[in-house]
Ligand binder design. Structure first.
Ligand code: PLP
Length: 459
């Protein structure tokens, strides 16, 4: 018998969580204006809002924190992190930032100007936000297969090379500051990019003399998928694959809250000293001096250790395996889920789940609210609310997919929690015909509205 994957760690410390009643949850979600970001964490039983900063640190990370050097300049923690980044990712220069979007803010302050065009694979929302905030345009060149949830494709994060070529042909070179590859591709469902595709994009970028950037939050999960799915990589270690991925990068931004398994932190990796120096000016302005940039010494220590733990095969196998366990249960219950399963989350196809709810009534958000009421499980909408309005026409942008994302925090929940979530969603699925009304916006922010939007029942 094939042995099941088992966690590559055991539990040393626990945190209590509390169940609530359906009556309580109905009141709470109404008071929260049907926005799950507005719930208090005590009002949630299993929190799958995000895998960002919600992971459990190891005993080694906690002990590294005790050794944090809190010197303003030249702290040993900075050099420890610098060494980990050089060793694992191969970047000579780096800047710490307080999280991933801060890395984007600093780097894009140097690189992006009004009127620029930035092609990539389904840019993450903060990335797109930082591009559009500078009056530039993000062009999504993801393969079409990525947007068909039932289509089996091992690398749905891939760039459609033809789409990219068209952008490169139609746009003056000086309007394209860089091409960006998001690994794994969060917005298309935590789907990986193949090494073959990375190489092809890198070649196109070189041929056109355009830098290639990696938005790297889940680079280790991407490397894991390359190892298990791509021919020629089965015998390579995760760290060898990671090195090869970043050998194609001119720079990278990192949200360390994901694959580096820390609660806060980010960084920028650079190959060019010149770019590093230019970005340093903005880092000092926005984040902090270049040897801490918004992070305390102890947090840099935990991050350096987390980078090593996050790139271990045994850990990645149990992590991606737990996500697949949720996907497999939902598949067995007949719930429409995106296929193949992503690295950090299961994406429920809300349009197929609730075909009777009109798209103007925020289908995936409606489903997220129902799942919360059912069992106190908090997921998140990846749909029309997240897509924001068109910055010029101010019309709603209706994305091709309306997804409910169930993101799994790293090393945080047991498989019993996962089974609980699957059963809760099955119960909602069994009563789906009774869910006929969606939601309507009462108030929204001009950009990144999903965090603060206020909704009411559409009626
Ligand atoms: C989370 C994330 C970011 C932003 O990072 P924060 O740490 O949340 O600021 C950027 N890109 C991707 C792909 C992400 O997943």
């Amino acid at each position: 018998m094939k042995l099941p994957y088992a966690e590559s760690y055991k539990i040393k410390m626990v945190e209590p969580i509390r169940k609530s009643t359906e009556t309580e949850r109905k009141t709470w979600i109404k008071d929260a204006r049907y926005n799950l970001f507005n719930l208090k964490s005590e009002q949630v039983f299993v929190d799958l809002l995000t895998d960002s900063g919600t992971g459990a640190m190891s005993d080694r990370q906690w002990s590294a924190m005790m050794l944090g050097d809190e010197s303003y300049a030249g702290a040993s923690s900075y050099f420890k992190l610098k060494e980990a980044i050089r060793d694992l990712l191969g970047f000579e220069y780096f800047l710490p930032t307080h999280q991933g979007r801060a890395a984007e803010n600093v780097l894009f302050s140097v690189l992006v100007k009004e009127g620029d065009v930035i092609p990539g694979n389904a840019h993450f929302d903060t990335t797109k936000g930082h591009i559009e905030f500078r009056k530039a345009t993000a062009v999504d060149c993801t393969i079409n297969d990525a947007f068909e949830t039932t289509k089996d494709h091992p690398f749905k994060g891939n760039v459609d090379l033809q789409k990219l070529k068209t952008v490169l042909k139609d746009t003056p070179r000086d309007k394209i500051p860089f091409i960006i590859l998001t690994i794994t591709c969060n917005s298309s469902g935590g789907q990986p990019v193949s090494m073959e595709n990375i190489k092809a994009v890198s070649k196109l970028a070189k041929d056109h003399n355009i830098p290639l950037l990696f938005d790297s939050a889940r680079f280790a999960e991407n490397a894991y998928f390359i190892k298990i799915r791509e021919e020629g990589y089965e015998d390579k270690s995760i760290r060898e694959i990671v090195k090869e991925i970043f050998s194609h990068a001119d720079a990278m931004t990192m949200s360390s809250k994901k694959d580096a398994i820390v609660n806060m932190g980010g960084f920028i990796g650079f190959r060019s000293e010149d770019l590093f120096k230019k970005a340093s000016v903005y880092n000092i302005l926005f984040e902090g001096y270049i040897t801490y940039g918004g992070m305390s010494g102890r947090d840099m220590n935990a991050l350096a250790q987390g980078l090593y733990e996050g790139t271990e095969f045994a850990y990645l196998e149990s992590r991606v395996g737990q996500v697949a366990y949720l996907g497999q249960l939902l598949l067995e219950y007949g719930v429409p889920v995106q296929f193949p399963f992503g690295g950090h989350a299961i994406f429920v196809d809300a349009i197929r789940f609730l075909p009777q709810v009109p798209k103007e009534q925020y289908i995936a958000q409606t489903l997220a609210v129902e799942l919360y009421i059912e069992a106190g499980v908090r997921g998140v909408e990846i749909g029309t609310l997240l897509a924001d309005r068109d910055p010029i026409t101010r019309e709603n942008r209706f994305p091709k997919m309306e997804l409910l994302r169930l993101a799994i925090p790293r090393r945080t929940y047991t498989n019993n929690h996962i089974a609980y979530v699957a059963a809760a969603l099955k119960n909602v699925y069994d009563r789906r015909d009774k869910i006929t009304e969606g939601l309507r916006i009462m108030n929204e922010a001009p950009i990144m509205r999903h965090f603060t939007v206020e909704l009411e029942k559409a009626e």
